[in-house]
Write a protein that binds this ligand. Structure first.
Ligand SMILES: Nc1nc2c(ncn2[C@@H]2O[C@H](COP(=O)(O)OP(=O)(O)OP(=O)(O)O)[C@@H](O)[C@H]2O)c(=O)[nH]1
Ligand SMILES: [Mg+2]
Ligand SMILES: [Zn+2]
Length: 333
C-alpha cells in the first residue's frame, strides 16, 4: 500500500457560530444519529457513559440561521437531562471540519454527512456495481476542500482479477492509501480495521458497493442492514438511510453513510479546483500565466506534466471537465 506523497491543502473552515457556552451541569456527548427534530447522542464522560440518549435541540439553537445543519452526526454537543432518558442539546461545539454535500436542489443549504471526521474512506466495488472513477475524483474534491485525509477502499475484490483492479485503481495508489478488501471473504479487512483505530472515519461512496457490509466485517458487534444490488439497473438500492456513527473501540468511531448518488459540485470554487487535485500541487505556480486554468494555455506546467506522464491523463481529464464548468452546476449520478 502506497503512502500519500503529497500534503493536503490547508483551508479554514466555517465553523458553526455558537452563541453561548456549555451551561453548568451539562454533559458532553457525541451525536450518533439524526432523525429530523431529534437526535441520538452518546455521553462520553462518566455521567451516563455508554447510554444512548434521545435529545432535542434547545429552541434558542433552532432559531440560529446557518448555512448547514445546526446539529449533525459527529457533532460534539452538551446536553442536560430530562426525565425518561431524554435530554436537551444546549450547546454545539464548533466543528473542526465536516464531510459536506450540497443539497440536491438548492444552492444555499449544505448537508453534513459527518461532522469532525479525522479521515474519510471512499469505498467503491470493483464489480456489481462497476467502479466509476470520475465519481471518485469528485468525492475526493469534497474531502480536499475540507482538508480531510482520504483513504480509498476497493471492495468485492474476489469478483475481479488483480489486473482489472490495477487498471481502475492503480493510479490512485500514488495519491492516497488504497485498501483492497472483500467484506465477503474477509480479505484485507483486518488491515483496514487497523487503519481506522483511534480515529473517526466516514465510510462513504455509491450505494451497493458494500459500505455497511464492510463495517459489519470490521465490527461484528453491531449489525447494519445491507441490501441487494438491483439486477436491472446494476445499482444499489440505498439501503442505509442517514449517517450513523458507531463506536467500535475506545476512541474509534466509524460512520456508515448513505450511498451518494447526486453530487452537486456548484459549491466548488473553480479557482481553487486545481489545488484539490493533490498531484497537481507541485506544478501550481510554475505556469507562464499566473491565472492559468491549465485547460488551453501555452507554457502550462500542469499540461506539460500530463504530456510527460507525471500527471495521469484520466485525472487531468476529470479536472478539465469540472473546470470547464460542464459539471459544476449539475447533478452527477
Ligand atoms: N461479492 C461481494 N458482495 C458484497 C461484498 N460486500 C458486500 N456485498 C454485497 O453487496 C450488496 C450491497 O451491500 P451493502 O453493504 O448494503 O452496500 P452499501 O454500500 O452499504 O449500500 P447503501 O447502504 O445502499 O449505500 C449486498 O448484497 C452485499 O451482500 C463483497 O465483498 N463481495
Ligand atoms: Mg449501507
Ligand atoms: Zn497551467
Amino acid at each position: 500500500m502506497a503512502k500519500p506523497r503529497y500534503r493536503t491543502a490547508t483551508q479554514t473552515n466555517e465553523a458553526p457560530s455558537v452563541v453561548n457556552e456549555p451551561p453548568a451541569g451539562s454533559h458532553r456527548a457525541k451525536v450518533v444519529r439524526a432523525h429530523g427534530l431529534w437526535y441520538e447522542v452518546k455521553p462520553v464522560e462518566d455521567h451516563r457513559a455508554g447510554e444512548t440518549i434521545i435529545a432535542t435541540m434547545k429552541g434558542q439553537l433552532k432559531r440560529q440561521k446557518r448555512k448547514s445543519d445546526i446539529v449533525a452526526v459527529g457533532d460534539w454537543v452538551w446536553i442536560t437531562d430530562l426525565p425518561d432518558n431524554e435530554a436537551v442539546i444546549e450547546y454545539v461545539e464548533p466543528r473542526n471540519r465536516a464531510l459536506i454535500r450540497t443539497a440536491r436542489h438548492t444552492r444555499d443549504t449544505e448537508q453534513v454527512i459527518l461532522a469532525n471526521p479525522d479521515q474519510v474512506l471512499f469505498t467503491f466495488s470493483i464489480a456489481d456495481p462497476e467502479p466509476h472513477t470520475r465519481m471518485l475524483d469528485r468525492f475526493i474534491i469534497l474531502a480536499e476542500m475540507q482538508d480531510i485525509p482520504v483513504h480509498i477502499a476497493v471492495n468485492k475484490i474476489e469478483l475481479a482479477t488483480p489486473e482489472r483492479i490495477e487498471e481502475f485503481f492503480g493510479i490512485y495508489r500514488d495519491l492516497y492509501p488504497v485498501h483492497l478488501v472483500s467484506a465477503h471473504t474477509g480479505q484485507g479487512v483486518g488491515e483496514l480495521r487497523g487503519e481506522l483505530m483511534g480515529k473517526t472515519t466516514a465510510v462513504a461512496g455509491p450505494s451497493g458497493v458494500g459500505k455497511s457490509s464492510l463495517l459489519n466485517a470490521i465490527d461484528p458487534s453491531h449489525r447494519r442492514d445491507t441490501g441487494e444490488v438491483s439486477g436491472a439497473t446494476g445499482k444499489g438500492k440505498h439501503t442505509t438511510i442517514g449517517s450513523r456513527l458507531y463506536e467500535i473501540d475506545d476512541d474509534t468511531w466509524v460512520a456508515d453513510t448513505p450511498g451518494m448518488r447526486a453530487l452537486a459540485m456548484h459549491a466548488i470554487d473553480p479557482l481553487k479546483l486545481d489545488s484539490y487535485f493533490v498531484e497537481f500541487r507541485p506544478f501550481l505556480g510554475e505556469c507562464f500565466y499566473q491565472d492559468c486554468t491549465h485547460v488551453h494555455e501555452p507554457a502550462c506546467a500542469v499540461i506539460e506534466a500530463v504530456e510527460l506522464g507525471a500527471i495521469n491523463r484520466a485525472r487531468y481529464e476529470s479536472y478539465v471537465s469540472l473546470r470547464a464548468g460542464e459539471e459544476l452546476s449539475q447533478e452527477n449520478s
